[in-house]
Design a protein around this ligand. Structure first.
Ligand code: SF4
Length: 447
């Protein structure tokens, strides 16, 4: 039995609630594995858990308040079972630190996103109950190897963490720290390990994933495009995606990888946030709308069928009607496959926090207008898939018998009629119908 096997008689149950982005989903998985080495198995049922871990996100509004109300709901469970351990991880843990235990004494431990490799020692009582520093060491060096269990066909792999960009509205540089890239050799090892366990699609994660750089296996400095080329040569890895990117880090070698690496899917999430140069400057995005548009041209030259998605913040402090119109114009010019849009809300500790806000009703009306345009584009992009044959990686059974659900090359959910295909099959599927949030297709052939 290895150090990381779980003795059946000692199995305790761990319930993890994950908020926020894919990086948190990945972190929760790694924390579960770290706790697996301590004899914990995951449960989906909070009431039977020996430990409840809330892996928090600080991006959305009132993140801390949401955490405190979730913790309030855990109080009766802790009163019933004083042995229950309650932990808070992630970006709110990082931002609030000791305040969490002060306000909610039911909490046994608080661990930031850069230190969760110490979670097992904290649970054993061999480390402080609050750890939110930014250590020199790489947490990934201290986490147990992922255990040799079968995995779902699509997996996340964190390659980069933190951010040095300091956009005026964003807490990430303060909660996740400075940009750090994981070494090539460890990324390649983890990718091969995932493939050996049944993974066929990997999404590379990072707050600024395309800012990744590192010393390559050939002794040279690699950029993110070179890393993708190396992953494209990994036997059995059929699909590569990455998120989230900054426009200023879309280097030539990455754009060329979109042209040259067939495993790199024709889908790119490239946040722009606004189409107004004035607002982009106030946001500290360090590029103009025109530079973004020219970048999109170059990406589309390299990969004409690429589907582009983005993020928009509406009602950023100082935004005028003209700025809003500029954003709508940029959206018209790019024609996005889908996009995420939010009304600006101030985050304590960020440069924009003290700035005068746009009137709420005005911002609401702008958001509605912008979302209506994005919804039209999304619908058109989805309907444009009908009649096309696309790759679909099957991920789960459908609701109805004889149906499975997978993701297309362009990340659409696709219902596929089949009684013989298996989860993990990568098929060529002809799209016959577009519904509100999904497509329906018939199998043409296995890829
Ligand atoms: S680049 Fe992204 S993560 Fe970094 S500060 Fe800007 S919005 Fe936040």
């Amino acid at each position: 039995m290895s150090d990381h096997d779980t003795p059946a008689q000692a199995a305790k149950k761990l319930f993890i609630k994950t908020y926020g982005c894919q990086m948190n989903v990945y972190d929760s998985q790694r924390m579960a594995e770290a706790m697996g080495a301590e004899g914990y198995v995951l449960t989906e049922n909070q009431s039977e858990a020996d430990m409840v871990l809330l892996n928090t996100c600080h991006i959305r509004e009132k993140a801390a308040e949401k955490l405190y109300s979730d913790l309030g709901r855990l109080k009766p469970l802790k009163a019933e079972r004083p042995d229950l351990k309650i932990g808070v991880a992630g970006c709110v843990a990082q931002a609030e630190g000791e305040e969490i235990v002060r306000r909610m004494p039911v909490v046994d431990l608080v661990v930031g996103p850069q230190t969760y490799h110490r979670l097992p020692a904290m649970v054993r009582g061999e480390a402080p109950k609050i750890i939110t520093d930014f250590p020199e060491e790489d947490k990934f060096d201290h986490l147990p190897q992922q255990r040799a269990t079968r995995r779902a066909p699509a997996a996340f792999l964190t390659v980069q963490e933190g951010c040095d960009k300091f956009c005026a509205f964003c807490v990430v540089p303060y909660t996740r720290g400075a940009e750090v890239s994981r070494p090539v050799e460890r990324i390649m090892r983890e990718a091969r390990d995932l493939v050996a366990r049944g993974v066929r699609e990997i999404t590379l994660l990072g707050q600024n994933v395309n800012g990744w750089h590192g010393m390559g296996e050939d002794g040279r400095e690699w950029g993110f495009g070179r890393l993708i080329r190396a992953l494209g040569e990994a036997e059995g890895l059929e699909r590569i995606r990455y998120t989230t990117s900054h426009p200023n880090d879309m280097a030539d070698d990455l754009i060329e990888a979109h042209r040259d690496v067939p495993q790199l899917m024709p889908y790119l999430h490239l946040p722009v946030q606004s189409g107004s140069d004035r607002i982009l400057k106030a946001m500290n995005r360090k590029h103009t709308a025109e530079q973004y548009l020219r970048l999109i041209d170059r990406i589309r030259d390299a990969r004409p069928d690429i589907m582009l998605t983005s993020d928009f913040i509406v009602g950023f402090p100082g935004e005028t009607d003209q700025d809003h119109q500029d954003t709508l114009r940029l959206i018209e010019q790019v024609d996005f496959g889908t996009a995420f849009s939010f009304k600006y809300s101030p985050r304590p500790g960020t440069p924009a926090y003290e700035r005068a806000e746009v009137d709420g009703a005005v911002a609401d009306a702008r958001l509605q207008e912008l979302q209506a345009l994005l919804t039209r584009q999304q619908k058109a992009a989805q309907e444009g898939m009908v009649g096309r044959t696309v790759g679909v990686l099957l991920e789960k059974q459908g609701r109805e018998a004889g149906q499975m659900i997978g993701k297309s090359d362009y990340l659409h959910s696709v219902f596929v009629d089949t009684t013989t295909a298996q989860i993990g099959d990568l098929l060529q599927v002809r799209i016959i119908e577009s519904a509100s949030n999904s497509l329906h297709g018939k199998i043409v052939s296995a890829t």
